[in-house]
Design a protein around this ligand. Structure first.
Ligand code: ADP
Ligand code: MG
Length: 730
């Protein structure tokens, strides 16, 4: 009966064949970035003067004039129409996560009853989408009800379907950011300003320092029929109930295993789509959990890389549908199965082609490597609580600390080689180094470094933030997150640290110290001061939680309280010094964070309540009643003692069902009451805390009882596809 939906879905999923992919006849190099208004296309569609002026504006971060915008718009429209576009949209990244777009057709009245297709510089440069439908944390109420989007010339326009998408920032009328891109661009500028003078200590020719990002996107795939049969997946992106499958990932047979043919077809299709959009997709493989996969591109400049990740997340959804899959980007769709993250491989590069976290061949190159690496460690140490806040969300909270992901404590893995180098520097006195450097030509600590090749095979999967040879890998980022959230904080914190470092080094050299001594003296102080952030051990262990608390690292685990770190004095001052976010913006953003947290949990609680009461309980009761029926029949056929003996198993199950059903009923009612109390709280922070403290544990408890029922109730009657059915694509 009720299970017929489930069995039909399971059957459909099992009979599904791989969908044929339209493979282009040409090689990737000929269709790569075909849908992107990049320099090659600009050169073709813009006049020489316009092209030069635009490139100059992009490279030197200059504002563009109205007449330049008009000229670009003409070329861009011509290109878009040549490539089949009929609409255009300003594409931006609201605080809800994901991307937003409002499409307008190019058509305008021609004055004679017909239409012409038009696109002006004004429309390219700026629009006024109705800001009231996006979260703003009260900024609009206190200021002005309008918001506008403005073209980000550093990220190229592209065509999705038949729409020209123009990457934009989204800000309030008074200039406060209402999106992720605006502060990200500010953080990128802050890094450039702060890191360039430090990079010049080692190479006076450096003009710019640019952050680079290579993300690795993890995701789950579920067959669309099974997905449709799970209202919790449809409405919340994760399963709110479901007993563990007898087999899931114990055998570790999925990671790097053969990719199922349906999935391979999906991946190929996705890759082709990525390449057309100029996303340099490179790596694809199975992940640890069944049905879990990963896609990683080649790293790019941070702003572009982030646009590409956001674009990928929407492209994935579309391509998956063509293959009768649904993509789950939730950080923890299945309890007891590994969650999904989005590792952010981050580094700093110069316009001279050097990577600032890469060891070099000469002592000076190595001093540069150590300088930048130690400054990152100092920044991460000082702002560990804030960095944790940057990756925290209602959904990622399920993954962190869940025994297959780093705990909700930020620490840095360095590997033994880097740790050894830092030790040498810390324990050498200036005199030692100077003395030795006179004898040896250069200092002992530095002379040793070139002999050491840093290898990045030294991998500790339990660390939330790891040094991996020439970059740092921030692994605590959630799979559904906008990477900008983490990258804004990381880049701002490192910029602030580098600026402080430069001032101190300059003060020392002004006082007569050599540059090398000044740098080493400052590094020694930083290494000592930020030691506590360094941890190469097992991040999953309980001892680490105790040790981390002893070291004074932030161990708060409640998401709404973790958000408080954005408003600490140290954070506000750091964002202010770097010009990345104002106090008004920080306060507004936190309102949005708390509100989003509450809403997510609220929706989940409602869905769970409904499913418990009208999917699970009726089935449990029906099964129980069939058992009771059997018991009664036994008693009419067999004599009393024999019937009692024969009914024992049934009676036991009947009682257990009663117990769980009774608890579910009672606890759902209590949860509804707790929600009413929480909803009455006006303060967003307090409300989110009430949801965290009271609703989340209630949901876990209800789920435990439902999962027990799943094991008791007749499989034929169970209404929702089970984990063993959801998790194994054929
Ligand atoms: P892993 O072995 O960690 O899973 P992957 O090859 O899947 O590694 O992904 C590594 C990511 O790191 C890729 O996106 C790659 O381009 C990126 N990457 C490599 N070097 C750098 C660097 N110097 N800066 C930033 N990202 C980098
Ligand atoms: Mg990685």
């Amino acid at each position: 009966m009720s299970s017929s939906i489930r069995f039909k879905a399971v059957e459909e999923a099992q009979n599904r064949k791989a969908v044929a992919v339209e493979i282009p006849a040409e090689r990737p190099e000929s269709y790569y970035a075909k849908a992107v208004f990049n320099r090659r296309v600009m050169f073709e569609y813009l006049s020489r003067d316009t092209f030069d002026a635009l490139v100059d504006a992009i490279e030197n971060k200059k504002p563009i004039t109205r007449s330049l915008a008009d000229n670009v718009a003409i070329g861009m429209r011509r290109w878009a129409i040549d490539n089949g576009a009929r609409h255009y949209t300003h594409w931006f990244h609201p605080l809800t996560g994901g991307t937003a777009e409002k499409h307008d057709a190019f058509v305008e009245h021609d004055g004679g009853g017909g239409v012409v297709e038009e696109f002006t510089g004004k429309l390219l440069v700026q629009q006024e989408p109705d800001a009231s439908s996006f979260p703003n944390g009260g900024i609009r109420n206190t200021f002005e009800a309008r918001g506008y989007s403005a073209w980000d010339i550093s990220s190229p326009a592209f065509i999705m379907g038949e729409t020209l998408c123009i990457p934009t920032i989204f800000i309030s009328y008074t200039g406060e950011s209402l999106d992720y891109k605006t502060p990200l661009l500010r953080a990128i500028n802050a890094i450039d300003r702060a890191a360039t003078p430090v990079a010049r200590y080692f190479d006076p020719e450096v003009k710019h320092v640019t952050p680079l990002l290579g993300w690795e996107q993890e995701y789950f795939l579920v067959d669309e029929s099974l997905y449709a049969a799970r209202p919790d997946l449809v409405m919340t992106g994760r399963t709110l109930m479901g007993h563990e499958s007898p087999k899931n990932q114990q055998l570790e047979d999925h990671y790097f295993g053969a990719i199922p043919s349906r999935v391979e077809a999906f991946m190929l299709d996705l890759e082709i789509e990525c390449h057309r959009l100029g996303i340099p997709a490179k790596t694809r493989h199975n992940e640890v959990a069944p049905n879990q996969f990963e896609l990683a591109p080649i790293y790019e400049e941070l702003n572009l890389a982030n646009d590409h990740n956001l674009l990928l997340m929407s492209v994935m959804n579309e391509v998956a549908r063509r293959h009768n899959f649904r993509v789950l980007l939730h950080e923890k769709p299945f309890k007891g199965v590994n969650g999904s993250g989005k590792h952010n491989n981050w580094s700093l590069g110069t316009d001279r082609g050097t990577q600032l976290f890469a060891p070099g061949r000469t002592p000076m190159e190595n001093l540069r490597f150590i300088t930048f690496t130690v400054n990152v460690m100092a920044a991460v140490h000082r702002h560990n609580a804030l960095l944790k806040a940057s990756i925290m969300s209602a959904t990622n909270a399920h993954r962190l600390g869940a025994n297959e992901a780093p705990p909700a404590i930020i620490s840095i893995f360095t590997g033994s080689q880097l740790a050894g180098i830092l030790d040498v520097i810390e324990n050498s006195s200036s005199e030692d180094l100077t003395d030795l450097s006179r004898k040896a030509g250069y200092s002992l600590g530095l002379a040793q470094i070139p002999e050491i090749m840093i290898d990045n095979t030294d991998r500790n999967r339990t660390s939330p933030f790891a040094f991996t040879g020439n970059r740092f890998e921030f692994r605590a980022v959630g799979s559904s997150a906008n990477c900008a959230s983490a990258m804004i904080v990381l880049n701002a914190a490192v910029a602030d640290q580098l600026e402080d470092f430069r001032q101190k080094v300059d003060a020392r050299t002004a006082a007569g110290s050599t540059l090398q001594d000044a740098i080493l003296d400052e590094l020694r102080i930083l290494i000592k001061a930020s030691k506590n952030i360094h941890f190469d051990g097992n991040g999953y262990s309980e001892e680490w939680q105790i040790e981390a608390a002893r070291r004074g690292l932030d161990c708060e685990s409640s998401a709404p309280r973790i958000f408080d770190s954005y408003l600490s004095e140290a954070s506000i001052a750091m964002f202010d010094r770097t010009g990345v976010l104002s106090k008004v913006e920080l306060e507004a953003r936190n309102e949005v964070k708390w509100e989003m947290y509450t809403k997510k949990v609220q929706i989940e609680a409602r869905v769970l309540g409904d499913l418990a009461i009208n999917h699970i309980l009726p089935v449990a009761i029906r099964y129980q009643s069939s058992l009771l029926d059997n018991v009664m029949k036994l008693s009419t056929v067999f004599e009393k003692y024999k019937a009692a003996e024969m009914s024992r198993a049934d009676l036991d199950t009947i009682e257990r069902i009663s117990r769980h059903a009774g608890e579910i009923k009672k606890q759902v009612e209590e949860m509804v009451e707790a929600r009413k109390r929480a909803n009455a709280i006006a303060d967003e922070r307090e409300k989110a805390i009430a949801y965290h403290d009271n609703i989340v544990p209630a949901m876990q408890s209800i789920r435990r009882h439902i999962d027990k029922l799943e094991l008791l109730v007749d499989n034929e009657m169970w209404p929702l596809p089970k984990y063993r059915e959801l998790l194994f694509i054929r």
